[in-house]
Ligand binder design. Structure first.
Ligand code: 3PY
Ligand code: MG
Length: 250
């Protein structure tokens, strides 16, 4: 566990990360070496199993905080993601205060929650069991995604749930759920993002968002979005390869 990540998130440091979608240790190692502030390991849309995600943590987690987006708000996955040593959880599609409370409970050991107790990589296989148990509730970041019209409707209640460190907006799902798939700069989609952001500001909850390119996230950094994920490992590779081809074939 990278003890500084939650602290840095809560004090509002700008944390520039990228999404890891390719289940190869080398890829995450390269991204950590490049200097990203955090890695967003996506087990929702990418072909990761828990062991694959653990391999990424082993390759990159020592030098770069790694947060796992679980495939659903599911106790089995949240427990596994934390036990393999994630620095935080991103829960997709959180649509109500009740769902938000459930995620916080699954992420925290008693008495704050009901996270199951295991002995695994996070606990250094038992060698640092007590130390991990003492630190986990304070050091693991709980990040919820607001990315549906239902979340938009309920956002002022969602952000009041104790234990949430950040709301991470998924602009692609949000636009899709508004019937405007991929139209991220549509005024209604932008207004929805502003509404979510204003609720977070009012509640003192940090704001994050995904963007495919640096240009897409820049306007949000100028506002007070601090948890940014830009592009994916696959996109970085594809774009650079295309640029090289273009430079030499024209
Ligand atoms: C979305 O845009 O829907 C996302 O979940 C990106 O992280
Ligand atoms: Mg999404």
């Amino acid at each position: 566990m990278n003890s500084n990540f939650r602290k840095r998130l809560n004090r509002g440091d700008v944390l520039v990360g990228t999404m890891i979608t390719l289940p190869y240790a080398e890829v995450a190692e390269i991204m950590a070496e490049v200097g990203f502030d955090w890695l967003f390991i996506d087990t929702e849309h990418s072909p990761f199993n828990a062991h694959g995600a653990q391999t990424i943590l082993q390759a990159a987690g020592h030098s770069c905080p790694c947060v796992i987006r679980v495939p659903a708000n599911d106790e089995v996955w949240i427990k596994k993601a934390l036990d393999i040593g994630a620095d935080g959880i991103i829960a997709p599609q959180v649509n109500s205060a009740e769902e938000a409370e459930a995620v916080v409970r699954m992420c925290k050991y008693p008495p704050q929650g009901n996270r199951g107790v295991g002995i695994s990589r996070a606990h250094k296989y038992g060698l640092r069991f007590n130390e991990y148990m003492e630190r986990a509730n304070d050091e693991i970041a709980v990040i919820l995604q607001a990315e549906t019209t239902m979340a938009l409707k309920n956002i002022s209640e969602i952000v009041k749930v104790p234990g949430i460190d950040a709301i991470f907006i998924g602009p692609y799902d949000l636009s899709a759920s508004m019937g405007k798939l991929g139209q991220l700069t549509d005024p209604e989609v932008e207004q929805a993002i502003t509404t979510i952001a204003n609720s977070c500001r009012k509640a003192g909850v940090r704001l994050g968002l995904f963007g495919a390119t640096a240009e897409a996230v820049k306007p949000f950094i100028r506002q007070d979005f601090t948890l940014l994920a830009i592009g994916t490992d696959g996109l970085h590779m594809a774009h650079r390869a295309k640029e090289i081809l273009k430079a030499l074939k024209q």
